[in-house]
Design a protein around this ligand. Structure first.
Ligand code: PLP
Length: 396
């Protein structure tokens, strides 16, 4: 007889030790303030370069006020899934606003972007169908593809030729869905949306674009990369999150009325979950008004990102991407942790990103300025990077 398995805690302790030994163990640390340009940790202020609160809206007075009003009117929780008794007129109003913002017939709120991706992909394709997914898509897209049971074709990052070869070689029959991040979350580069739309049309495929990191940030009205690239109408499924530039929590899918009605019926992560909290929905609604009315926030973010990326490159860092997300690629996991620690000692929070979030050998700091940083803060960050780079051995 084989020996009995170890008790759960003993087993997990061993696994955690292995993570420690590989420098891959992650830990939570509590932040004592809102996601401003600086945050408070253990009573000390840190310059925050790891937040997706790109436009600084998470702490904006208009969002706070909208959230408070919603709590006064509806309470803190919806108390049920949307299809049972958790659908508020507030949800309907924010969905209508999102649809107008995205230029679609309809939109649907989800409690998170993770749920929106998992639920939408698995509602659109299934066994016998095909889904084509960029190799660097977000984990929630990967999980949605897996959960769908469709044949998953992972194409090399942004490689339109390889995607075309996959589309051409796929067995005929079944539905086809191409899915991509618009701005890639860990690399800060952009999907070739026009080329993907052309392939989708040529190969009778649907196109789904996750604008989690572009909503509020790119495009003349802040509607995302599809807007910036002039391809909005060629995208079948628009997805975005409310917890990043919109400063709230939750997510949306926008598209045709039929798409939204289908998701209401078939997206399990929508059907079987409690409706988005009133405060989150209301704050997102308030954020949309600011995003459309204040393009200067997008300009400030772009300026800060350009200054920071150029400064990092001038120091000798491998600072990739061409958006507000700057991937400072180090490669070695331990060296990446050393760089992060050395920055933290200097009062700068730029979090290391390690495998499995990014491919083996590409550990990095994911550096994200905000619209609300001023020039002196960006310059202070650069001075700290110069010192930390040398101290950690990442810069020679
Ligand atoms: C591209 C992308 N899609 C989806 C998500 C998930 O969104 P949420 O945090 O709302 O679950 C994220 C990040 O969190 C993301 O980067």
């Amino acid at each position: 007889m084989p020996p009995p398995p170890a008790a759960l805690d003993a087993h997990l302790a061993e696994e955690l030790e292995l993570l420690d030994a590989a420098a891959l163990r992650r830990r939570l640390f509590p932040i004592q303030s809102g996601a401003g340009p600086e945050v408070l940790i253990d009573g000390r202020r840190y310059l925050l370069l790891s937040s997706n609160n790109y436009l600084g809206l998470a702490t904006h007075p208009a969002l706070r006020a909208a959230a408070c009003r919603a709590i006064e009117q509806y309470g803190c929780g919806t108390g049920a899934s949307r299809l049972i008794a958790g659908h508020l007129d507030l949800h309907a109003a924010v969905e209508a606003k999102l649809a107008a913002f995205k230029g679609t017939d309809a939109a649907l709120l989800f409690p998170s972007g993770y749920q929106a991706n998992v639920g939408t992909i698995s509602a659109l394709v299934g066994r016998g169908d095909h889904v084509y997914s960029d190799a660097l898509n977000h984990a929630s897209i990967i999980d949605g593809c897996r959960l769908s049971r469709a044949s998953v074709h992972v194409y090399p990052h942004r490689d339109v030729r390889a995607l075309e070869a996959e589309l051409a070689a796929s067995a005929p029959g079944g539905r086809r869905l191409i899915v991509t991040d618009s701005v890639f979350s860990m690399d800060g580069d952009r999907a070739p949306l026009a080329a993907l739309a052309a392939l989708a049309e040529q190969y009778h495929s649907w196109l789904m674009v996750d604008e989690a990191h572009a909503t509020g940030v790119l495009g003349a009205r802040g509607a995302g990369l599809a807007e910036a690239d002039g391809v909005s109408e060629r995208v079948d499924v628009h997805l975005g999150t409310l917890g990043k530039a919109l400063g709230s929590a939750g997510a949306y899918v926008a598209g045709s009325r039929a798409l939204i009605d289908w998701l209401v019926n078939r997206a399990r992560s929508f059907v079987y979950t409690t409706g988005l909290a009133p405060a989150a929905a209301a704050a997102a609604g308030a954020a949309l008004d600011i995003i459309v009315a204040e393009p200067a926030r997008r300009d400030a973010l772009a300026r800060n990102a350009t200054r920071l990326r150029a400064g990092l490159r001038a120091l000798g860092f491998d600072a990739g991407g061409d958006t507000h997300i700057i991937a400072v690629i180090v490669g070695d996991t331990r060296a990446t942790l050393r760089l992060g620690d050395a920055l933290r000692t200097r009062g700068v929070l730029a979090q290391p990103i390690r495998p499995p979030t990014v491919p083996e050998g590409t550990a990095r700091l994911r550096v994200t300025p905000m619209a609300t940083h001023d020039e002196s803060q960006i310059d202070r960050a650069l001075a700290s990077f110069a010192e930390a780079g040398r101290e950690s051995g990442v810069l020679r």
